[in-house]
Design a protein around this ligand. Sequence first.
Ligand SMILES: [Zn+2]
Ligand SMILES: [Zn+2]
Length: 340
Amino acid sequence: MKAVVFREGARWAVEDVPKPVPAEGEVLLEVIRTGVCGTDEHLLHGGFIAKLPLIPGHEILGRVVEHGPGVTSPAVGTVVVVDNTIHCGHCDPCLTGRALFCENFVSLGCNAPGGFAEYVAVQAAKTFDTDGMDLTTAGLAEPTACAVHGADMLALRPGSDVLVFGAGPTGLILAQLLRASGASRVVVAAPTASKLELARELGIDETVQLDRNDPDAAEDTLRALAPKGFDAVVEATGSTAVFELAVRLTATGGTVLVYGLAGEDATAKVFPYEIFARELTIKGSYAQAFTMKRAVDILKSGAIRTEGIVTEVVGFEDFERGLANLHDSSQIKTVFEPQK
Ligand SMILES: [Zn+2]
Ligand SMILES: [Zn+2]
């Protein structure tokens, strides 16, 4: 079968590789579409938990075509999304209810074969029937699962005034999820005007444009919207300047959620006295664990709208554009379809 393969030295190619054979407990999926994500770029450069050579692609939507030994469901032909994570169940974190930090963590598309291929073998128990959901919506299940985990970590109090920095796919999904989770208002701040327009179309209350090189320039505008600060501020850009701004704009007693992926050695300045005197909470949200079912359910409910989020579809021939689009601010989400 054909697959995208990442190799050492940030090189990649479309290669002919053996078609996977589903092992015990697995099903073989014919890939319908797999989302291209910023994490893929980190993996290409050997970052995150990359195990090269690698068939990347962790946001997988596919059709069941074969059962491995012992598997009876989902039925052949079922269209499913995949929770791409596998936990060992016997390490310390697994045994103490923190499987997200499993010491033997397997993540399809990160350190095991993923979905930028014609076929992928996945655990049958980690597939979720899309029940006829449209492709755009179902294909965003994995980023939605990460947003559900983010919302869990934030533990939003109903009636909270919320600010989300970032209008990428995850920012747009998380902002809507927080609106649906009882926020009294959600403001989205981001640099790209077209993304802010989409945010408003998707039901976000207010938007503020940021200067990518000088986010602080928007501080007065944001403070005018919430003179005492926002109850919860989500940093979904990975920028340390935005993180510092997020802390300043958090109301006394409020929470900052670090949701964006900053560089591993990036540093930001915070004032311990401010955290002490204003009782600020700074929390992280890393990937997802056991939130895929709820992600699929909330997407089925219609509470999160997805129209306009997928801006381009690429195949094997133009996969390069999928990676290039990660640096194109006019693009939101590119998806890969092997049949294209
Ligand atoms: Zn992703
Ligand atoms: Zn484990």
